[in-house]
Design a binder for this molecule. Structure first.
Ligand code: TYM
Length: 355
């Protein structure tokens, strides 16, 4: 049975990258899949989080989901720490995934930098918790931005290693499902975990910083001017776009003309994603224009699309107990799916549990 899972960390401001790279895709996928959307607070504490700030941002991400159009009555919205299955399965995957795999994770290398001796051990095994998030629901489709691609590959490798390591036991217990598209020389006939498929496409899989077209837009960027936050007011959004770094040339009239112009490509990409049009169409309209003409149009479009979301987020944030109730109900629905999966995993691994 196909199922979508994805998560967002409550570790900073929700920004335009999260919105275009992930949330808009979530909203579309609701039409055709059963979806589980998680505010991953346990992932967030891999780096220091002020406790009151973590509560606030967990509610803010939830409000962002709802304001963008995710329906918590038809799908599942919850915060990770309310479903202990994630932590338990995460531990088991700490014992499945290999050091070498995690050593290759570029996000860990970027986040740890030269400070390797002093980052939390959680930051290193972070991708294993992410594998647990996905596989606890036997999710088949995972919508994410480009930056999560490597973590998704690790989740696939972890699912495969678990399936192979325990193939005999899975067969003995009758817990296997048909392994479609298997490689007959290496893959078992029956598997426990399906391979999760990343969904990375979409109009803006990688939104870049407004200050530097070679860096992704990120909540951890020291400069707030580098990103558009979903909580920014209209004036702030306008100012950030007006001040966004560009080159001195007019916009090209063909998409090829954006090559080697990362800042221009990013702004045109944002315009295209927000308007739901192709880049070629945007350049058909703005080719030959200076940024002094294009930027005001982008400001107008951004405010048009983002203000209703921002306003709704503010409104929702006024009623914390309503948000907390949605998270709590979501956690119950999530547990109902994930607990039976974990029970079977425990049987497979050889953990005795109450019958
Ligand atoms: P996080 O919280 O950094 O980002 C949430 C989602 O937003 C996407 N994203 C972007 N997309 C385009 N351009 C950008 N500049 C940009 N910045 C962020 C991310 O790709 C992501 O889809 N490890 C994950 C959270 C996670 C998760 C999971 C995701 C935990 N468990 C299970 C999927 C499945 C993360 O840190 O995303």
């Amino acid at each position: 049975e196909p199922r979508v899972f994805s998560g967002i960390q409550p570790s900073g401001n929700l920004h335009l990258g999260n919105y275009l790279g992930a949330i808009t895709k979530f909203v579309d996928l609701q039409e055709s899949y059963n979806c589980v959307f998680c505010v991953v607070d346990m992932h967030a504490i891999t780096v220091w989080q002020d406790p009151a700030g973590l509560e606030q941002r967990t509610r803010e991400v939830t409000a962002g989901f709802l304001a963008a159009g995710i329906d918590p009555t038809k799908h599942i919205v919850f915060n990770q720490s309310q479903v202990p299955v994630h932590a338990e399965l995460g531990w088991i995957f700490n014992c499945v995934a290999r050091m070498g795999w995690l050593n290759r994770m570029t996000q860990f290398k970027d986040k740890a930098g030269k400070n390797r001796e002093n980052v939390s051990t959680g930051l290193f095994v972070y991708p294993n918790l992410m594998s647990a998030d996905i596989l606890a629901y036997k999710a088949t489709h995972v919508p994410v931005g480009e930056d999560q691609k490597q973590h998704l590959e690790l989740a696939r490798d972890t699912a495969q290693k678990f399936n192979i390591d325990f193939a005999d036991r899975i067969a003995d217990l009758g817990y296997g499902v048909d392994n479609l598209n298997r490689d007959a020389t290496t893959d078992p006939e029956k598997v426990f975990f399906p391979q999760p498929e990343p969904l990375i496409g979409g109009p803006a899989p990688r939104v870049m910083s407004l200050r530097d077209g070679s860096k992704k837009m990120s909540s951890s960027d020291a400069s707030d001017k580098a990103r558009i936050n979903l909580t920014d007011d209209a004036e702030t959004i306008a100012l950030k776009i007006r001040k966004a770094k560009t080159d001195a040339e007019a916009l090209p009239s063909e998409v090829e003309g954006l090559e080697g112009r990362p800042e221009a490509a990013n702004l045109v990409g944002i315009y295209a994603a927000l308007s739901g049009k192709e880049k070629a169409q945007i350049l058909g309209e703005f080719g030959g224009s200076e940024f002094s003409k294009f930027k005001p149009a982008l400001v107008e479009l951004s405010l048009d699309k983002l203000s209703p979301i921002t306003d709704e987020m503010r409104r929702l944030m006024d009623d914390k107990s309503h948000i907390d109730k949605i998270l709590c109900e979501g956690a119950e629905k999530a547990s109902a799916i994930a607990e039976p999966v974990l029970d079977q995993v425990k049987d497979i691994v050889g953990f005795i549990r109450k019958a």
